[in-house]
Design a protein around this ligand. Structure first.
Ligand SMILES: [Zn+2]
Length: 371
């Protein structure tokens, strides 16, 4: 294992942060795999899975079984890790401006299209290499002023040339699920099966440029932009939601790291016998069909259904109880589907999102992710 650190500016002199980057296998070998944990700094399941993955990769490297290069950033957001408010940790949003640490990554398609447009040929591998170089250059040149922008640019630069990107997150309370680009769902089916995903949410554009799409979507868009030239979807990228925030244990994390290793065997980054892949537990569903359940009024939240339960349209998922009047407002789903995530707090203001159902009958448009 080789390790290095990338210095990050901070809001005050003397407070600089560092990204710790661990590299396994031979520098420059392919496939290049990029894995990061806890981009939302308070999502520890990804960080503990990264810890167990490091142990596995050290052992595999000692056995000479790393075939590609695997880059692991075990905690991707030192800025967020350092944010405290009255004893609580704030890891999802930058306290400086409220920006979500997993939104608004540089969108590189335009600048890359301009650079490579006249240079593309009928050789797919040559086009892939040309686009990769242009993406790396564009990521290097992306504007960054605030500490969070510097962090985002540094992470994107590490991942943008990878063959496989695994961004490890979790939800508030949730069962295992993942998000990916629609045309990549099939490639991620083995990972979804190995992890035991209960939902796979797909979109060609989720809105607001999350990290995984900043890595994968330029390929999809360049392919559409230049239909006469062979362009592969050369970066397979996903956001993996490792259950809920409190689901932190060595047993779960070791199993999750094992699933990631098995997937990397399938992708040819690790040498080993083909793993046994269990049957998938769900079919991919459109992110546009994922139903956010919203509190109609303020009040106490009393859930009636647990995460992982399969619901029918009309099922009551929670009651909102007004502590002043005693009135109860049932919150029902309009979709059939799995309740794959729900809020961890038990008091809601009107409009708060209480949960998410992986349905198929809604057709939402615009920005599809939670704030
Ligand atoms: Zn997250």
């Amino acid at each position: 294992m080789r390790s290095d650190t990338i210095r990050l500016p901070a809001h005050a002199p003397g407070m600089e942060g560092h990204l710790h980057v661990l590299r396994f296998g031979e520098a420059g070998a392919r496939p290049l795999v990029y894995v990061q944990g806890a981009l939302h700094a308070d999502e520890i399941p990804g960080m503990i899975a990264a810890h167990h993955l490091r142990e596995r990769l050290l052992a595999l490297e000692a056995e000479g079984r790393i075939r590609g290069e695997i880059v692991l950033v075990p905690f991707a957001n030192p800025l967020g890790l350092n944010q405290r408010v009255l004893g609580g940790m704030v890891g999802r949003f930058d306290l400086a401006d409220g920006a979500n640490f997993n939104r608004l990554y540089p969108h590189l398609t335009e600048v890359v299209a301009e650079r490579v447009g006249g240079l593309l040929s009928d050789d797919e591998a040559a086009n892939r290499d040309l686009i990769r170089d242009a993406l790396a250059q564009a990521a290097d040149e992306a504007e960054a002023t605030t500490p969070a922008e510097h962090l985002k640019r540094a992470l994107l630069r590490l991942a943008i040339t990878a063959d496989v990107v695994l961004d490890l997150h979790c939800d508030s309370e949730a069962v295992m699920h993942l998000y990916t680009l629609t045309p990549q769902a099939e490639d991620f089916a083995p990972l979804a099966a190995l992890l035991g995903c209960e939902a796979v949410l797909v979109a060609t554009e989720s809105g607001d440029e999350p990290f995984d799409e900043a890595c994968s979507r330029p390929w999809f868009e360049l392919k559409e932009r230049f239909p006469a030239k062979p362009i592969p979807l050369a970066c397979l990228s996903t956001t993996v939601e490792l259950r809920g925030q409190a689901d932190v244990s060595h047993e779960l994390a070791a199993a999750d790291a094992g699933a990631l290793v098995d997937f990397l065997v399938i992708r040819g980054a690790i040498e080993g016998p083909a793993p046994q892949v269990p049957p998938v537990r769900c079919e991919p569903t459109p992110l546009a069909g994922s139903e956010p359940l919203v509190a109609p009024v303020s009040g106490m939240v009393v859930f009636r259904r647990a995460v992982g339960e399969r619901l029918s349209a009309g099922d009551v998922v929670a009651d909102i109880v007004c502590p002043a009047t005693g009135e109860t407002f049932p919150v029902a789903t309009r979709s059939d589907g799995v309740l794959y995530a729900r809020s961890g707090t038990r008091f809601a203001s009107a409009g708060k999102r209480l949960g998410k159902v992986a349905g198929t009958n809604l057709q939402r448009a615009g920005k599809l992710l939670s704030p």
